[in-house]
Design a protein around this ligand. Structure first.
Ligand SMILES: [Zn+2]
Length: 326
């Protein structure tokens, strides 16, 4: 009998068109954000229609500032059965923040998201996928103490900010010791699901979202899903609202960054539609609930390592509350 194809998660990093990491723009200071031309509401409406049309659900990893400004939009997403996740309040690179700054940002973001969405909000993505070794030691204990149960920030491939080459591609259970600064008092664990990558021309590369989805022709994107599904691994797609809007204002960026930021925007919506029609997409919470195998890893000395054989298991976090049913 053929195994059913694994479920896939559809993620939207819900942010404005100027929320770009590690670039000098007129919008680096949040004090300028209120006077910038807004696009996020209109572009998210387009994504919402696309999900509706393809009968897919997804997780909107939301910048706290956006949720505070557009509470009705977040409420509509939640009411439509989508999951709301956390993408920090100010969209700053994780490893450039002190533990205290990161802690305060996460607390502020989750307070807004939980109030506005009426959901528990327990999934997290770092801005610009900036979860790398420098941040492991403090970021995971802080996230866990604030009730985050699933992280989808690690890219197991080379990347300009973030990216952990050679890292595991499978979802895993991360054990977190108790009593770390700003972390939980007792030992606990959370689930981590690295962003989908594929082997392509002898390299490991993301393929299913952002600039990679916009740049790669559809047959390569499909080959990426096939590789992961054959390994019994769910796929993860991700997109930003601005990526489907050819009318957005253009930022002045160094040419390489400009190319990555704006390539393929015109064809992105139809490419997404095709992917959404080909595979089954739902929320992170629902995919996580469908994963049976959870290899265990531990956070030791600022690194994440496979659990030493014979180590005593810690209690797993309670089951995830999925976003409200459609
Ligand atoms: Zn982002």
């Amino acid at each position: 009998m053929m195994q059913p194809e694994p479920l896939n998660a559809f993620c939207v990093d819900l942010e404005e068109w100027w929320h770009i990491c590690a670039a000098d723009t007129p919008y680096n200071d949040p004090a300028t954000w209120d006077s910038a031309p807004p696009f996020v509401e209109k572009d998210t409406e387009t994504l919402l229609r696309l999900l509706d049309e393809t009968r897919a659900r997804g997780t909107f990893l939301t910048v706290g500032w956006v949720a505070e400004k557009y509470p009705r939009l977040i409420r509509r997403l939640a009411d439509a059965g989508h999951e709301i996740g956390c993408h920090t309040y100010f969209h700053r690179v994780v490893y450039e923040q002190s533990p205290e700054e990161f802690d305060a940002d996460i607390a502020r973001c989750l307070k807004v998201l939980r109030e506005v969405s009426g959901q528990p909000v327990n999934s997290f993505r770092a801005p610009g996928f900036s979860m790398k070794r420098e941040a492991f030691a403090y970021a995971y204990p802080i996230l866990r103490r604030h009730g985050i149960e699933v992280d989808v920030s690690i890219v197991p491939a080379a990347r300009d900010h973030g990216g952990v080459e050679g890292f595991t591609r499978d979802p895993f259970l991360l054990r977190i010791p108790g009593g770390l600064p700003l972390g939980p008092a007792q030992p606990t664990s959370m689930k981590c699901w690295p962003v989908s990558v594929m082997d392509f021309l002898g390299r490991t590369t993301p393929f299913s979202g952002g600039g990679y989805l916009r740049l790669f022709p559809l047959p390569i994107v499909r080959a990426g899903y096939r590789q992961n599904h054959r390994a019994g691994r769910p796929g993860m797609s991700y997109i930003h609202p601005r990526e489907i809007d050819p009318d957005q204002p253009r930022l002045k960026l160094p040419w390489k960054k400009y190319f990555k930021y704006y390539v393929g925007i015109r064809g992105c919506e139809s490419k997404l539609r095709s992917v959404l029609n080909t595979y089954r997409f739902t929320t992170i919470a629902e995919v996580i609930a469908s994963v049976r195998r959870w290899p265990e890893y531990e956070l030791v000395g600022g690194d994440i390592r496979p659990l030493a054989p014979g180590a005593v298991a810690q209690p797993a976090p309670p089951p995830l509350a999925a976003g409200r049913a459609a």
